[in-house]
Design a protein around this ligand. Structure first.
Ligand code: AMP
Length: 498
């Protein structure tokens, strides 16, 4: 089944229901949204696009994005969304790797890409329009590709995760069953890049005939998001942890309770306890956590709004520090099936899991074993099935034979009032193999390292505490806001004092 069928069906029964907004401004009802997607599909076909061909989207968030995404699927093409914040050279690499025939892009990005000697044709979505011959999406089988999702590449070259129509259907249905309900009255606000996690939420909101709101700024502006939530009511957004933190800080400073915010889905990176507690205090029971990755999109596990907000629960703190329980569509185990409490690599199997990386058999065989996806994340399950994530396996520090999970140390550092951001990495040490080094961004005046040391020693085992604190103005992040630990490691001298 072609996932775009959901748009056609909604347009048939709710033609005049408001669908897409640019800020407060209505852009299209479901009839118009569908017509535009079908016209783009016809335009792509008129330019030779065949089912299975890759069509890239290299655009900032805007209403055209939705039309173009569904237009690609309508044509039976494989959408290749590329983060608009990537450098033209990085985007060009993805276009080549994907073998994209057409790239739908804005004038500014077109100019940056031109001259790169690429075979791919650059077009503005508004220029791609023909009269549709058939009023139905091109037939696709469940295992046909719908999306090539280039991993954020915190290390090395990005890889193209193959996402099928089946995976998108499984993802959407399990969202409704395990993460959150969605009704026609909801308004999803695209606060994060639609080329990544946020774009995936378009499907569940089309399926339920809800409203799609694209902020006019095209980026994450806390004031704008809170205004849109108050304006539309029943606001939904997917936000990275750093965005939730900024949203909370803004709302606090302005004395705004977050009127109209119904669901804030956070994930994609660690959310520190101090930050999530503040967010719940500010907004109430609207926060829901998901843990997923491109290879098993949107949510492998979810932590419900009740779990996040129920302070009276005796295990509230533990659960808040977890990423919740496995979703209906996946099997989840630790390592080869370790018992509760034991730490190991998180493995996932089921309809949500990718069939492999695009034209990369070596990476596929390292990542998929007997149908199990090796997530590269380390975690443990508790007796009730709650999963606690420790770190990416490659980020774990082994010091004097002991495993140290940077996230635990970062969590403690962030509880110090002088610390705004913290990232912990391992540095080679003659004495210990590796030792802990903390990069710290101060909230104001630089904190005294001796004071940080006392703080750490009061809350963690001695062997885990950082041996050095490096004060920095900011942490290096990739285009999706994830801290680039590889870059931090590269800044360290090879061997510490031992
Ligand atoms: P990506 O494929 O770019 O979405 O990155 C996925 C990775 O982000 C996962 O493998 C985890 O390491 C991390 N991640 C995703 N969700 C969470 C979460 N809720 N808490 C901590 N880390 C997360």
């Amino acid at each position: 089944m072609n996932i775009a069928l959901w748009l056609l069906r909604m347009a048939q029964v709710q033609t005049n229901r408001a669908a897409v907004f640019h800020g407060h401004c209505p852009v299209a009802d479901y009839g118009g949204f569908h017509t535009r997607a079908a016209q783009i599909a016809a335009g792509l076909k008129a330019r030779g696009t065949k089912p299975g061909d890759r069509v890239a989207l290299f655009m900032d968030n805007n209403p055209d994005y939705l039309m173009a995404l569904f237009g690609c699927w309508y044509a039976g093409a494989v959408a290749v969304p590329i983060n608009a914040r990537l450098h033209a050279k990085e985007a060009a690499w993805i276009l080549e790797d994907a073998g994209a025939r057409i790239c739908l892009t804005s004038a500014a990005q077109m100019a940056a890409l031109e001259g790169g000697g690429m075979t791919c044709r650059m077009l503005a979505p508004s220029d791609v329009s023909s009269t549709p011959v058939h009023d139905a999406p091109t037939r696709r089988a469940p295992d046909d590709l719908a999306w090539l999702f280039y991993t954020s590449g915190t290390t090395g070259r990005p890889k193209g995760v193959q996402i099928t129509h089946r995976m998108l259907a499984a993802m959407t249905l399990s969202y409704l069953s395990d993460v959150d309900e969605v009704t026609a009255g909801d308004a999803t606000i695209y606060a994060a890049p639609m080329s990544h996690g946020a774009g995936l939420y378009s499907l569940v909101h089309v399926l339920r005939g809800a409203r799609h709101v694209v902020p006019v700024s095209g980026r994450f502006d806390p004031g704008e998001i809170l205004d849109l939530a108050a304006h539309f009511g029943r606001g939904h957004l997917f936000a990275a942890p750093t965005m939730v933190k900024r949203l909370t800080a803004h709302a606090r400073a302005q004395g705004l309770p977050g009127t109209g915010l119904r669901s804030v889905i956070y994930g994609g990176g660690p959310m520190y306890l101090a930050d999530i507690t503040e967010a719940v205090e500010q907004f109430g029971p609207v926060l829901i956590q998901i843990y997923g990755q491109g290879e098993a999109p949107m949510a492998i596990t979810a932590l419900s709004r009740a779990d996040v907000a129920d302070r009276a629960h005796p295990r509230w703190r533990d659960r808040l520090g977890s990423v919740g329980r496995a979703q209906s569509m996946v099997e989840l185990r630790i390592g080869d099936g370790l018992p509760p409490g034991e730490m190991g690599e998180i493995m996932v199997r089921g309809d949500l899991v990718m069939p492999g990386y695009w034209q990369n058999a070596a990476a596929t065989s390292q990542t998929l074993r007997d149908g199990w996806l090796r997530t590269g994340d380390i975690g443990r399950l508790d007796a009730d099935g709650y999963l606690t994530l420790m770190d990416r396996s490659k980020d774990m520090i082994v010091s004097g034979g002991q495993n140290i999970y940077p996230r635990e140390v970062e969590d403690v550092l962030l509880r110090h009032p002088g610390v705004a951001q913290a990232s912990v990495v391992g540095r080679a040490s003659d004495a210990w193999g590796e030792e802990v080094v903390a990069f710290v961004v101060a909230t104001g005046d630089p904190p005294d390292p001796a004071d940080l040391d006392v703080h750490c020693l009061s809350q963690m085992a001695r062997f885990k505490r950082p041996k050095a604190y490096i004060l920095v103005g900011d942490l290096p992040r990739n285009a999706y806001g994830k801290v680039l630990k590889s870059e931090l490691r590269a800044r360290l001298p090879q061997t510490g004092p031992g």
